[in-house]
Write a protein of this length. Structure first.
Length: 324
């Protein structure tokens, strides 16, 4: 096997593991300096109803009586043993919280990721092929506008219009409260607004990136040669433009997974969608240390894997980039 390739793989894995460790340490430090009192949150504000000894026992039970280093070591040991601890906010094991919400988050993230890639790439391809036309200028303005708008604000606008004003779509949740069994229609209808919000928040950079790549490729020698020989535009786009621009779009979309996940957490909170992003926000608000650390590690691992995939795509599609 290629030794430089193996060495690069080990270096990448080592960097990403270091990223996960540093991220978990920073999360614990932020919890320790947070002005929120976990004991007060646990008691619901009734601090005067318990004695000082009982408060100390509750603090010990919550794990906040330890130093940040001791908390990190304990949580890390439990994590590798498969014991993720107890969620104080949800009053159940962390692993159960993750199992209950992972499916809904996977549906939201996967559908929005794929739709963002498909729509963003298609519109960027259209803008590049129609360079300096009304289509191009309109799509550029749309991309810049969507890139500047906060995702949660877009979600609130869509909720106000389609849920409160028109009453076409449900306002929150993953299923309707009156339903006793799972239905595809209900699941999809609850996904429409969160997915639309994430897609609108993410297509801007893809449109602009794909447009630049298409324009660059359209001015290359082999494409100009094909155009001189009057190759039909549809054939030119299919055989040259798409082949040369789709993988860079996929690569940059993988690299943007951190922005997608952070936006997803806000969108889940806006729509009260029962996913891991909503659980992450609640764990931070209520200083649920065990759940917050596990979700932070899970998010960091997901971002690391996505970055490694983006790096692999670039390595195999653009090997000259890695040559010294």
């Amino acid at each position: 096997m290629d030794m430089p390739l193996i060495r690069a793989a080990f270096i990448t894995i080592g960097r990403n593991l270091m990223l996960v460790a540093i991220t978990s340490c920073v999360a614990i430090l932020l919890i320790s300096v947070s002005p929120i009192n976990p004991v007060n949150e646990f008691l619901g504000g009734n601090l005067l109803s318990v004695s000082a000894e009982q408060k100390a026992l509750i603090a010990q039970h919550l794990g906040i009586s330890q130093t940040p280093i001791e908390q990190w070591m304990q949580i890390t040991q439990q994590f590798f043993k498969g014991n993720l601890g107890q969620s104080n906010y949800y009053q159940q094991p962390v692993i159960d919280v993750i199992k209950e919400r992972a499916g809904d988050s996977a549906k939201l993230l996967l559908s929005s990721w794929l739709l963002t890639l498909l729509i963003g790439y298609s519109l960027g391809l259209l803008a590049g092929v129609k360079q300096n036309t009304l289509w191009d200028k309109s799509l550029q303005n749309l991309a810049w506008l969507l890139s500047c708008l906060p995702g949660f604000w877009l979600g609130i606008l869509l909720m106000a219009l389609f849920s409160l004003q028109l009453r076409w779509l449900p306002i929150s949740g993953a299923t309707s409260l009156h339903e006793t069994s799972f239905t595809w229609y209900s699941s999809i209808s609850h996904l429409v607004l969160p997915v639309t919000t994430l897609v609108l928040s993410g297509i801007g950079p893809l449109i602009l990136h794909t447009r630049e790549k298409v324009i660059e490729l359209m001015s290359s020698e082999h494409v100009l040669y094909a155009r001189i020989h009057q190759l039909p535009l549809s054939t030119l786009v299919r055989k040259y433009i798409v082949v040369g621009t789709v993988m860079p779009a996929v690569m940059i979309h993988f690299a943007a997974i951190a922005e997608i996940m952070s936006c997803s957490a806000l969108v889940e909170t806006v729509f009260n969608y029962p996913g891991l992003g909503n659980a992450l926000v609640n764990s931070a608000r209520h200083q649920d240390g065990a759940l917050l650390i596990c979700l932070t590690i899970f998010s960091a691992l997901s971002i690391a894997i996505a970055n490694m995939l983006a790096n692999s795509i670039q390595r195999f599609t653009q090997p000259s980039t890695f040559q010294s």
